[in-house]
Design a protein around this ligand. Structure first.
Ligand code: LMR
Length: 331
């Protein structure tokens, strides 16, 4: 009898251990991070840094898989994929959230921010944080802004004054503000995925595009565009996003560690972005593949004058108070 009880106790203990063992052996949470740029860009390096930090701090519990260069999704598809749970994190350009919120269009208004310091000041202000949270009702969590830099105009022909863009076809991201910006120049905007831009330029299906120094360099646009106008007319920044459902499914203590790792990776990415906006410009210049056109103050004023009416067109959707607050960050 005694032996039977002992065996029963031992069996129960063993099965308890097995259950505990099963809990320990649970599959780690996988975070698929999908993006469209090269690995050596600010976003690429931010994503890889995040992966490394998670591997260091949450080994066996959480793992990150990074899919660069539109391997998994382009930016228009990725937001849907996040909501469906096919991908857990992405960092699309702020211009690509248009079908979910109109408010983020503020970041596309031409000549709104004079430099990245003004962008940073606005994004960390109360209004900037309000915008980061603006996607909550659509099921997203805005985890942070990530910088790339100011946009330049590249083209097959030199663009010194706005009339030089007359009738030319420009690839844009999926943003109505960007469409209006080129329409204001009497140019033709075409919404196309990032992954198609090089070929469109190379085959001359389009005449030009707008992007940051880092993207113009890493995607080799400068090899197929003989002119880049240093216009600094707009911003290319990102929002690191996940779905509310996925975010809340991570246990509290692990979520806190993921959050810290993301903040650190974003800070790292922002430093890379700052360095690249100077370094990649220099690499393009050194390549001698294309001419960088620097605008005089008078020429620049003409671009401002031509593009700025776009603000009024979108004032109602974005909110005048929001635009005023962003503009104030230049002071
Ligand atoms: C673009 O489509 O031009 C950019 O959004 C790509 C990127 O993510 O930097």
């Amino acid at each position: 009898m005694f032996r039977k009880i002992t065996t029963l106790v031992a069996t129960a203990a063993l099965s308890g251990l097995l259950v505990a063992g099963a809990a320990v052996a649970k599959d780690p949470i996988t975070i698929k991070f999908s993006h469209v740029v090269a690995e050596n860009t600010a976003k690429g390096q931010m994503a890889n840094k995040f992966k490394d930090l998670i591997a260091e701090r949450l080994a066996g519990k959480v793992q990150v898989e990074v899919f660069p260069s539109s391997q998994l999704f382009n930016d228009d598809g990725v937001l849907k994929a996040i909501l469906l749970g096919d991908v857990q994190i992405a960092a699309p350009a702020l211009s690509k959230f248009e079908s979910y919120t109109r408010q983020l269009q503020i970041f596309d208004l031409p000549f709104l921010f004079k430099d990245m310091a003004a962008v940073e000041k606005f994004q960390t202000s109360e209004k900037g944080i309000e915008l980061l949270d603006s996607l909550q009702k659509k099921g997203f969590v805005g985890l942070g802004y990530l910088h790339n830099g100011m946009k330049q105009l590249s083209s097959n022909s030199p663009l010194r004054v706005p009339s030089d863009a007359n009738g030319l076809k420009f690839r844009i991201m999926s943003s109505d503000v960007l469409a209006a910006q080129f329409q204001a120049l009497n140019a033709v905007p075409l919404k196309k995925p990032f992954s198609e831009v090089f070929t469109l330029l190379q085959t001359k299906a389009i005449d030009g595009q707008e992007n940051s120094w880092s993207n113009i360099y890493s995607q080799k646009f400068f090899e197929v565009q003989p002119y880049i106008t240093e216009s600094n007319h707009g911003l290319l920044d990102y929002m690191v996003v996940t779905s509310k459902e996925f975010w809340m499914s991570i246990p509290d203590d692990e979520r806190a560690i993921v959050r810290t790792a993301l903040d650190e990776a974003i800070a790292f990415g922002n430093k890379v972005a700052e360095d690249k906006s100077i370094g990649d410009r220099q690499l393009i210049l050194d390549s001698k593949r294309c001419e960088i056109i620097e605008l005089t103050d008078a020429e620049r004023s003409q671009w401002v004058e031509a593009m700025k009416p776009v603000w009024e067109q979108f004032e109602e959707e974005i909110g005048k108070d929001m635009i005023d607050a962003a503009y104030q960050s230049n002071m």
